[in-house]
Design a protein. Structure first.
Length: 239
């Protein structure tokens, strides 16, 4: 029995030590990633970000603008056939307006969907001060992403959503995410791939190519800390 107890204790110590190593590796990877994209101080200065570009859909290039204000709101504007639509998500509600689909006025986005999209309001990124935000991260080892050796982390966010993050082992850039989301009561996986990283005058590094499966987005310009009107995240009909 004594031998068995010693063996169990040794196993427990081994498992605890492995978990501690995984936690240490996760923090180390995150710190190196944040350093690689400009450092925590530069990212904490970011309050608003406006990305302008185009998305390729069904052989067409559709202009798109994504404007985000930290913890307050996100507005995605897109143009097609001379008409402009938008999607707005705030910390409280959301609206969608697509005139080229016959819609005549903005419609409220269901609360469940709004909650799923509110992660996008963190313009600084979920890895900046992730522990203070209530997120948890574990290291899952290495994996291959289309021929690129990557570190693989699993993030469980404060709201319970799970996301698997892949970091290029050569430069610590975040090149892919696989996020579990819920739509119409069904769990789904959404994959986003990032590339063409460029350093901005503000000292941060951003991907200029984003592909979430609905068509690749080519980002042409990024404006940082642009002043926004107080009503920017409110549909005109509701002002």
């Amino acid at each position: 029995m004594r031998t068995l107890r010693i063996a169990i204790m040794a196993l427990a110590i081994s498992i605890t030590g492995t978990m501690a190593t995984f936690a240490q590796n996760a923090d180390e990877i995150i710190q190196k990633h944040i350093t690689a994209i400009g450092g925590v101080d530069n990212w904490k200065k970011i309050k608003t970000m406006k990305m302008t570009g185009s998305v390729s859909m069904q052989g067409m290039e559709m202009p798109v603008t994504i404007t985000t204000q930290q913890a307050k709101g996100m507005k995605v504007e897109f143009s097609l056939n001379g008409m402009t639509g938008y999607m707005i998500v705030t910390d409280k509600a959301g609206w969608n307006y697509a005139p080229f689909g016959g819609q005549t006025k903005p419609e409220a986005i269901p609360d469940e969907m709004v909650k799923q999209m509110q992660d996008g309001l963190d313009v600084q990124g979920s890895l900046i001060d992730y522990k203070a935000k209530g997120h948890k991260v574990v290291y899952l080892g290495k994996d291959d992403v289309e021929g690129t050796e990557c570190f693989k982390l699993k993030m469980t966010k404060a709201n319970g959503k799970e996301e698997t993050l892949y970091f290029d082992a050569s430069n610590y850039y975040h090149i892919r995410s696989v996020e579990k989301t819920t739509a119409n009561g069904k769990e789904m996986e959404q994959t986003a791939t990032y590339g063409n990283f460029q350093k901005l005058p503000e000292g941060i590094v951003c991907p200029m190519s984003i592909d979430q499966g609905n068509g690749p987005v080519a980002v042409k310009s990024v404006e940082i800390n642009k002043q926004l009107p107080d009503n920017f995240f409110v549909p005109a009909e509701l002002e």
